[in-house]
Unconditional design. Sequence first.
Length: 328
Amino acid sequence: MLYIIRKSISLLLPCVIIVNTLGCSPSKEDAQSVVIPPVTSVPDVVNPQLPLSDQSNVGKWVLNEDLSDEFEASTLNQDKWFIQGTGGVYQSNFIGRAPSQFSTKNVRLEEGKLKLETRWDTSFVFSSKVDNGTKFENITTAAVISKKEFTYGYMEVKSKAADCEVTSSFWAIGGNTEFDFFEMFGDHKQPNKEAAGKERELWWSIHDWTSAGKGNTTYTESHDLGFRVAASFHVYGFEWSKDGLTIYIDGKLFREISRTTINAYDDILKHNGGNGVNENFVVTKPIRIWFDQETFPWHGVPDSKEEVGVTGKVDFEIEYFRLWQKKE
């Protein structure tokens, strides 16, 4: 396990993280926000078999090696992951969000990391479909999906967002639900979005894809992390249980959101109906993990090769994905 230990020791520089709810009116969930003190030292020894936030294993966690991945091989383990678009197959019929489209060529392992690439690529054979009035053109992105499902556990991702006006996302689907753990924008060219801290934002959501929900948001939050998500690697931890979600940043408690709080959220008023009177905490069934990049036209998209990067390419980098579950 030396390769895991090497990764784990290279932790993060001290920073102050202050929770600041963006874009939401004050509500009872805001009272649970946590102010995180600066990290003053890096532990001499980090056990990669345990969550960074629980090195004493108070939670009695067991690493799920079937889903966890250190990305240390020369090629992606396709027993664990499906590269969206392989063999012309797109799970959930999702080819990307226009104008960008997923390309299998934009996935690689390099330097012990999974790298998903956004590329300005006018030579790509784009779909002739139109997505909400927008054509697929100019920009290719990438997505990988776990082949196995799971229900509840502690997920930890060490990653750095792409420094571009495109999402770097960690999310999941299953049981007609969607669980967006983070959808990050590493860069925004609009001054108002830079001023609003969108390049420092942790944005997470729950969606209901049943006939009642129609994909609408049933709960969402945005918080200022206090650092640019594309500037360096950080460790994002999510403990998902039947009782709600707890978020850790660089091993420190960041946010606790109970199922009761989520269900009390007024999704009817705030999100065009949500799923009506049904429970907002719909994420209670097995899910599959996704890592991907997408363009969100309402947030702006790269309009030229130069806006994607100096060479017309930019990466969303994931150093590891680890999943722990409770010991039976």
